[in-house]
Design a protein around this ligand. Structure first.
Ligand code: FES
Length: 104
């Protein structure tokens, strides 16, 4: 399934990127921006951001079920991602210069 039509990113691309990211010793929160940068891509219209977050959540659970990532790391990452998303929703509308950051 294509998640980002601007950059031609699929759900499988996101899953593979998550595996790489979460196996780093100091893994960052895998926001869409972090995942896209890992793939050396950059969001353009940001229209895929909500779907990318949903796919990241689903793939975290899937990787955990497959035993490819530690359940604690998966849970912790989902919690941190959820908190980050909630904080961003509370922030006032961003200026156009911040638009890229709001995609993450
Ligand atoms: S659809 Fe992903 S950046 Fe446009």
């Amino acid at each position: 399934m294509i998640v980002c039509s601007c950059q031609q990113i699929s759900d499988l691309d996101i899953e593979l990127a998550l595996l790489d990211i979460l196996n780093q010793p100091e893994a960052p929160i895998p926001t869409p921006g972090v995942v896209y940068r890992h793939m050396q891509k950059r969001m353009q219209c940001c229209g895929c951001a909500p779907l990318a977050v949903d796919v990241i959540y689903a793939r975290l659970e899937s990787l955990e079920r497959k035993g490819l990532i530690c359940p604690y790391r998966s849970f912790s990452t989902r919690e941190r991602l959820l908190r980050l998303q909630q904080q961003r929703r509370k922030q006032p509308a961003n200026t156009p210069a911040d638009e890229y950051e709001s995609c993450e």
